[in-house]
Design a protein around this ligand. Structure first.
Ligand SMILES: C[S@@+](CC[C@H](N)C(=O)[O-])C[C@H]1O[C@@H](n2cnc3c(N)ncnc32)[C@H](O)[C@@H]1O
Length: 360
């Protein structure tokens, strides 16, 4: 598989499912708010007659962007005349569920422009692996849990679907793709940023020893896919094509473009941090002992984030059979929930935050 079928690759489960079940990325992003606060206070704002531009790269269905954009706008507005327009561009792939994004922007009680008539949200359906905004137009960029998704899947992974478990030549192919995509992403953003702009990127850390729970969930899902092959629900060929195109990068990989020289495409690294996101669902389970409730939430999270990429390998789903998509998703979710209930462990996650500046 080179690049998955359009409509599935790296896109979240539609009909607002991501908005309802993506509490883990919401918590991870919140750990970066102090960095976003500071970035918004420090960006250079000149040209009084121009709007101030904020870009949200990989917004998905928008719910998780609201608090981040509110944080950015609060800090920017404190420095601006109340009449100065602020444009917020939510960027995602063309097959993203933009209907849900627009619904959030029109009716969510937390929408970030309620108290500010001069904030204007916009949406762009293009890949962030190309330039999506005019050169030198962006003051402040935000990208949370998005650039972990690669531009393309370089190869399938024998026996698994998750690149973090790949070894040998397969792993090397993912490493090369991830390095190329990171350099492309940074180059595109550098082109869009104005002098004095900032870009705050939030990324999941490598699934290391501290994140046994997440690794186990991926293994459990893999075991459910094996069961589905045995039952004849999916074919071995379809299973073999299933790959989730995410690659969590190490700190060294994130810093690699800046090793030879401290500037890459005019960008510098201003800040870097690693933070731990404790598992709130585990804390609830410790209080109420309800392991089914915890497993159900984690299975819904898996479904909302990873299921569409897996389903993209199914012939009937690619042909537009929505019933095939629903039954695959339901079977995967049920099987995963059953396995997560057998041996519950916490899913503490580690998050990397990296802030770039484009010196003016
Ligand atoms: C896990 S969601 C993150 C959503 C939100 N930022 C958050 O923090 O919850 C990842 C989003 O990145 C988007 N994405 C992945 N690759 C992309 C690309 N090449 N261009 C634009 N968006 C992309 C996906 O479609 C998805 O909506």
């Amino acid at each position: 598989m080179s690049q998955g079928p359009s409509g599935f690759y790296g896109v979240m489960e539609a009909k607002g499912a991501y908005n309802r079940h993506a509490t883990i990325p919401a918590g991870g992003a919140a750990l970066a708010f102090p960095f976003l606060d500071r970035a918004a206070r420090e960006v250079t704002i000149a040209d009084q007659d121009h709007p101030v531009v904020v870009a949200d790269y990989g917004s998905s269905q928008g719910k998780n962007s609201l608090r981040a954009m509110a944080t950015a706008i609060r800090n920017l507005r404190a420095r601006l005349d109340r009449h100065r327009p602020i444009l917020v561009f939510h960027v995602d792939q063309p097959s993203n569920d933009f209907n849900s994004l627009f619904e959030v922007l029109s009716s969510d009680p937390e929408r970030y422009f309620l108290d500010d008539a001069n904030v204007f949200p916009c949406a762009i359906g293009r890949s962030f692996y190309e330039q999506v905004l005019p050169s030198a137009s962006v003051h402040l960029g935000w990208c949370s849990y998005a650039v972990v998704w690669l531009r393309r899947v370089p190869c399938t992974i024998p026996g698994h679907f998750f690149p973090a478990f790949a070894t040998g030549a397969t792993r090397a192919a993912f490493e090369r793709q991830a390095a190329e995509d990171w350099a492309t992403f940074l180059s595109c953003r550098a082109g869009e940023m104005r002098g004095g702009a900032r870009l705050v990127v939030v990324l999941p850390n490598l699934p290391g020893s501290g994140q046994r729970g997440f690794a186990k969930m991926m293994d459990d899902a893999n075991a459910v896919l094996r069961e589905m092959v045995d039952e004849g629900a999916i074919t071995p060929e379809e299973r073999a094509q299933m790959t989730v195109g995410t690659y969590p990068r190490s700190k060294d990989e994130l810093f690699a473009p800046f090793v030879a020289k401290p500037r890459f495409q005019g960008l510098t690294i201003e800040d870097y941090d690693v933070a731990t996101l404790p598992d709130r669902m585990w804390a609830d389970y410790q209080r109420n002992g309800d392991k089914e409730a915890m497993a159900a939430k984690n299975a819904l999270f898996f479904r909302a984030v990873f299921m569409p990429s897996l389903a993209g390998a199914l012939t009937r789903v690619r042909a537009g059979d929505s019933e095939a998509l629903r039954s695959f998703a339901d079977r995967l979710q049920d099987g995963l929930m059953r396995r997560l209930t057998i041996e519950p462990i916490p899913m503490d996650m580690s998050v990397q935050i990296i802030v770039f500046a484009k010196p003016g």
